[in-house]
Design a protein around this ligand. Sequence first.
Ligand SMILES: *Cc1c(COP(=O)(O)O)cnc(C)c1O
Length: 458
Amino acid sequence: MELPFAESWKIKMVEPIRKSTREEREQWLKEANYNVFQLAADQVYIDCLTDSGTGAMSDRQWAALMMGDESYAGSRSFFELRDVITRLTGFEYVIPTHQGRAAENVLFSALVKAADVCPGNSHFDTTKGHIESRKAVALDCTVDEAKDTQLEVPFKGNVDINKLEKALEENADKVPFIIVTITNNTAGGQPVSMQNLRDVRRVADKYGKRVIFDSARFAENAYFIKTREEGYADKSIKEITREMFALADGMTMSAKKDGIVNMGGFIATRHQDWYEAAKNFCIPFEGYLTYGGMNGRDMAALAIGLDENTEFDNLDTRIKQVQYLASLLDEYGIPYQRPAGGHAIFVDASKILTNVPKEEFPAQTLTIELYREAGVRGCEIGYILADRDPVTRQNRFGGLDLLRLAIARRVYTDNHMKVIAAALKNVFDRRHEITRGVEIVWEAPLMRHFTVKLRPLG
Ligand SMILES: *Cc1c(COP(=O)(O)O)cnc(C)c1O
């Protein structure tokens, strides 16, 4: 008999979690203004809000914390981190930051100015925020396939090369860089192929432009290249990451994802001029160059996390768990962005709550229903997250309206996946009775989803 698949680790430390009653959850939802970001974590049974900073560190990482060098300048932990990053990416210059958006803030302060155009594939919300707040344009050049959740294509996160060429033709003198997000978070944790990265490089070279990888999930992207793209099955993940980053000029990184640490990030580049320019913003915004926004011990743990999470077995365990959850949703007929992405399942709310008009935010409504059902906290990646158009101030209803179930790395077991799927099925079974959504009572001008206050309608 063939042995079944199992995790590539065992558990050394546990943290109790608590179930709640439906009455409790109803009250807590009300107090949170129907925004799950406003719930206390203790009010959540299974937390799928995000995979950011929620991973479980390994015994080696915890041991590394004790070995961290807290020297202000020239910390040994910085050099350990830099050396791992150089080994994985080929980039020689590294600036640690306190998280991914800080890397964006530091680097974009040096590179982006008003009226610039930054083409890319579904810029992440903070990335878009850092571009738009500098009065520049984040131009989305994602392949159209990404918009059809039921289409089964292997690299749905790709950049549409024709759109990119057109953007460069029209705006060549206004483009400070092209930014490719690997994996494409907003499109559903969908990977970008090596071929597509090569094509982006070719177009960039043609117009004399540089390329940044927004690399939060670069290791998961490498896993998909290994398992889905021809010619990579026999290459190691580390060989693949080297080949990917050889096609870029620099990267911003949220280490809270594929670094498997709870806080951290960095900029890395091969170009001294970018490094010199970014340095001027790192020191006032983040800190001195050999710690940026991080403790020495956190850099030490990150160095190990990056090394571990670019090993196949660790990634295989992770991606197979996400795929297991997807297989349960398949069994129940629940539509999601296909195929399953790297870090999350993105449930297609617009295909489920068909009686809720888009002006009443179906994905947010589904997020609330899932929490109400079982204390499972997901996250709306839809019309609320999309914010208003900066010029017309109208809600942006053009994109997808999804409920994201993000899976923390090395935290929950497959039994938790079963609970999530069953809770969602219970909501799915009564989907036709759900006819009203929510309305916005208060919102912030930018990145409103974190603090928006809502009221249920009907
Ligand atoms: C999380 C993330 C960021 C921002 O990183 P933080 O660490 O949350 O500041 C940027 N880009 C992508 C693709 C991300 O997933």
